[in-house]
Design a protein. Structure first.
Length: 284
């Protein structure tokens, strides 16, 4: 009985096959090269990819053979350009080569798609919203408005957390969760060291919130993607939610934040009654 292939060996095999198949789908005309006559196999030759990427032919051959050689992000980007890889393929190449893919740039905020709008609405009566990497609110459902009081003046989750008296009064354990909130924001900021917007948001809060200033100076970080939020709603009473942050893969830097009533707390029943009352009020 043969022993299983080590993980590194499987990764090298995948890298070899991936590069070979990406080469095979291109013709010299696709990349601006002369035809060069009849070819035994379809696609570009290894030496042509090496020339296009600006790397040595032997080095590229070793890479495609899956040998254990040192690679850099700059070289992988050059190979990705030579092979006309799209964003998903470039990320796949990085992973197969054993490097962390670079994070996509911020870019303009993409319009909310009808599919995401329907997802937010379908999550009701549970609260849900979408935020960007700076924690700016992009969209939220009616339940997030009714339960957390989000409205037209709330543009950033972190700023609302530290500057809104209304939001602080709703939150039953505001002081206990504040360190984790700041730690998560600092961890997010560290992922984008060249983005000045994080420093601008933190600077604005430092000037208006002593609590934020004290926590920011601790330099603590948190990578939690799940949390518990307990609120005391003026109409519905005490409600406890479990929140989960889900990155939106096709919208870099944006997260879908979902709140689910914690079982056994009566939160779902209170939430449904609150939604029903809001519905009756709107109909009247």
């Amino acid at each position: 009985m043969s022993s299983p292939t080590p993980a590194s060996g499987r990764r090298h095999d995948e890298l070899r096959d991936f590069l070979r198949t990406r080469r095979a789908r291109l013709t010299p005309a696709d990349v601006g090269l002369p035809d060069g006559g009849r070819r035994r196999t379809p696609g570009l030759r290894r030496e042509e990819v090496a020339v296009l990427a600006g790397v040595g032919v032997s080095w590229y051959t070793w890479l495609e053979q899956g040998r254990d050689i040192r690679v850099s992000g700059d070289v992988l980007d050059a190979i990705a350009r030579a092979l006309r890889l799209d964003g998903a393929e470039r990320e796949h190449l990085y992973l197969l080569a054993g490097l962390n893919p670079p994070r996509a740039g911020a870019g303009p905020v993409a319009p909310l798609t009808p599919e995401l709008r329907r997802l937010l609405d379908a999550w009701s009566p549970r609260p849900a919203y979408i935020r960007d990497r700076h924690w700016n609110l992009i969209a939220f459902n009616d339940s997030a408005r009714d339960v957390f009081g989000y409205g037209g003046t709330d543009h950033n989750c972190l700023i609302t957390f530290f500057t809104s008296v209304r939001y602080r009064d709703l939150h039953m354990h505001w002081a206990a969760v504040a360190p984790d909130v700041v730690g998560r924001f600092r961890a997010d900021a560290a992922r984008y060291p060249d983005d000045p917007e994080f420093a601008r948001i933190a600077g604005d809060l430092l000037s208006v919130s002593d609590e934020f200033a004290e926590l920011w100076d601790r330099h603590e970080v948190s990578a939690a993607t799940q949390a518990v939020k307990a609120i005391r709603h003026p109409d519905a009473g005490e409600m406890i939610f479990e929140s989960t942050v889900l990155p939106l893969a096709d919208r870099p830097g944006q997260d879908l934040v979902l709140y689910n009533p914690r079982p056994g707390t009566g939160t779902l029943e209170r939430l449904e009654r609150l939604t029903a009352r809001r519905g009756l009020a709107a109909a009247g």
